[in-house]
Design a binder for this molecule. Sequence first.
Ligand SMILES: Nc1ncnc2c1ncn2[C@@H]1O[C@H](COP(=O)(O)OP(=O)(O)OP(=O)(O)O)[C@@H](O)[C@H]1O
Ligand SMILES: O=C(O)c1ccc[n+]([C@@H]2O[C@H](COP(=O)([O-])O)[C@@H](O)[C@H]2O)c1
Length: 212
Amino acid sequence: MEQVTLEAIPQVQVAPVQTRRRQRIGLYGGTFNPVHTAHLMVADQVGHALRLNRVDFLPDAVPPHVDKKTAIDATDRVAMLRLAIQDNPLFGLELAEIQRGGVSYTYETVKQLKEAHPENDYYFIIGGDMVDYLPKWYRINDLLKIVNFVAVRRPGAKNESQYPVIWVDVPEVQIASSDIRQRVAQGESIRYLVPTRVEQYIKEHDLYHGRN
Ligand SMILES: Nc1ncnc2c1ncn2[C@@H]1O[C@H](COP(=O)(O)OP(=O)(O)OP(=O)(O)O)[C@@H](O)[C@H]1O
Ligand SMILES: O=C(O)c1ccc[n+]([C@@H]2O[C@H](COP(=O)([O-])O)[C@@H](O)[C@H]2O)c1
């Protein structure tokens, strides 16, 4: 009879136990200078419509659009986001881009998140008017392999795309951060346009005066 040593027995390959549950995570990227009520409404509506486990607000360090406004310090933008999202258990904060610094290319961010959490499916939320610019995004074809794009339909926008975008209907709310900044600079009210805590933060830290 052939002698079989222990070493000769092939090792059984045991598949790693899947310990982390598959999650559907929304990523809502922007400058949030400052975060406003329309941002919060969009994130909540999309989160519920697509049954996402979480919607993470993703403030950028340097936005990829070169023509974008000069944003106030990330510390203030993040502080206002924290105040704005604290009451909604669906909301979270993803600081990957602020921590990485430099130009915030979405491909780099999602790649980094997927490496850390391969079990997650990511849904990147954008305004319907942004969809036309998707072909210009950094490594868009690679990005499309690792993320699902969710676009919020906007009246007047084309609302269609060559890419497999998930469209969600949300109420149209005409609030923009640039308008908030302008109102503050002109001494006008921003009540109800931003959450009360954000309004107080802007006052206490004397933000946006003489700037928009
Ligand atoms: N009123 C709105 N309704 C739906 N989507 C919005 C609205 N305002 C902003 N968004 C979307 O939120 C994301 C982040 O936007 P961002 O932080 O640049 O705010 P913004 O209000 O567009 O700022 P700004 O006026 O300074 O350009 C983008 O995808 C943008 O299209
Ligand atoms: O990666 C890109 O090339 C790219 C180009 C345009 C916009 N984005 C991302 O889209 C999000 C919304 O951008 P913005 O400029 O409308 O605030 C924000 O997270 C940006 O980093 C990303």
